[in-house]
Design a protein around this ligand. Structure first.
Ligand SMILES: NC(=O)c1ccc[n+]([C@@H]2O[C@H](COP(=O)([O-])OP(=O)(O)OC[C@H]3O[C@@H](n4cnc5c(N)ncnc54)[C@H](O)[C@@H]3O)[C@@H](O)[C@H]2O)c1
Length: 319
């Protein structure tokens, strides 16, 4: 087992500064050996904040000079492919943010390269590591199989991601599709409705899925609805229903009655930690543990490629 993990990070943008650098810097068994961004000012500010001595504007130079065990690729999806290929070709373990490609094909290509070079990989599908969603899933599964799961997001956001570099379903909906696959298993059959409401691009997706093992999955993602009520997941089993909201507003119902014991498993989110339920810290911890023990993470590139392929199927099956 590896005692300490040498980590280098490509990208010093918004998410990396908000989640990945703080988590990694807080782990006793991680050495942050280098930080890189094309923007020198940004990488210097980040490196100062997290006490990283070696900072770079070229990721190849960083990897050559710092000899990391693992590299984080925290870039916009259309910028991430070449750096990820470079790391995987160099036999490095890779954490890459979602979506791990702008298409399922690109993700599969990365997955094949990782498999060929025996790299451990994690895609930032953090919902699978959310303590809230894990607790909810356990409550349901402790009473029997998952019968239905529902992932819903209603918000108003007319803009495309990154001026259209990637569609919203592959870029963001991947979180819901991956969570539904985690809850219900792989999808055997599906029917879907995909709409363009008030614009030129698809912004409303509804899918009914049959998961292997018999669970029914429902996705409703509407980016032309009112306001913003994101990240709602429902899980239903025999005599149990859990309604979760990643802000912490969650309920457990057992055989028609609210169960106070089950509810107490969901502590109130503090205003200082609005992201506490999302699982970012836990996914970082899990990635480092996997590197230390040589275990393949649950949200590897291979697994993420299946969730990306499910997004393809939703478009292909539209009415
Ligand atoms: N898991 C989640 O819930 C979640 C949430 C937010 C964002 N994300 C994902 O995180 C990724 C990054 O998002 P962000 O908002 O931090 O983006 P950002 O634009 O704030 O940061 C990206 C950074 O990458 C740098 N960069 C670009 N090309 C580079 C290169 N070749 N070498 C070094 N640096 C380079 C840019 O200068 C920029 O600082 C996106 O893929 C996004 O989808 C995931």
């Amino acid at each position: 087992m590896m005692d300490r993990v040498r980590v280098a990070v490509i990208g010093a943008g918004g998410l990396a500064n908000r989640e990945h650098y703080p988590a990694l810097a807080s782990f006793d068994d991680v050495d942050l050996v280098g930080a890189c961004d094309l923007d020198e000012e940004r990488v210097n500010a980040t490196a100062d904040r997290f006490g990283i001595a070696a900072r770079f504007t070229d990721y190849r130079t960083m990897i050559e000079q710092t000899a990391p065990n693992a590299v984080y690729v925290v870039l916009r999806p259309h910028h991430a492919h070449d750096p990820a290929v470079f790391c995987l070709r160099t036999n490095l373990h890779v954490f890459i943010e979602k979506p791990p490609g702008v298409t399922a094909f690109q993700t599969r290509s990365l997955a094949r390269l990782a498999e060929k070079n025996a790299c451990l990989t994690m895609v930032g599908l953090n919902r699978r590591y959310s303590p809230l969603l894990n607790a909810a899933r356990e409550i349901v599964l402790s009473r029997g199989p998952m019968i239905q799961c529902v992932a819903a997001q209603y918000m108003h956001s007319p803009a495309l991601y990154y001026e259209g570099a990637v569609d919203i379903l592959h870029c963001h909906g991947i979180h819901y599709l991956d969570t539904l696959r985690w809850l219900g298993g792989d999808v055997t059959d599906l029917a879907s409705d995909v709409k363009r409401i008030g614009g030129a691009h698809e912004n409303c997706w509804t899918a009914l899925m049959q998961h292997e093992g018999g669970c029914t999955g429902v996705l409703v993602a509407n980016w032309q609805a009112g306001g913003s009520r994101p990240y709602t997941f429902e899980m239903h089993g025999p005599g149990v229903s859990v309604y979760t909201h990643l802000s912490g507003d969650s309920q457990v119902w057992i055989e028609g009655e609210r169960d106070p014991d089950a509810l107490s498993q969901f502590p109130v989110t503090s205003p200082e930690q609005p992201q506490a339920y999302f699982g970012f810290r836990e996914e970082n911890r899990r990635f480092i543990d996997c590197i230390r023990t040589g275990e393949q993470p649950e949200t590897s590139l291979t697994e993420a490629a299946r969730s990306m392929a499910l997004a393809d199927r939703i478009y292909a099956s539209r009415f």
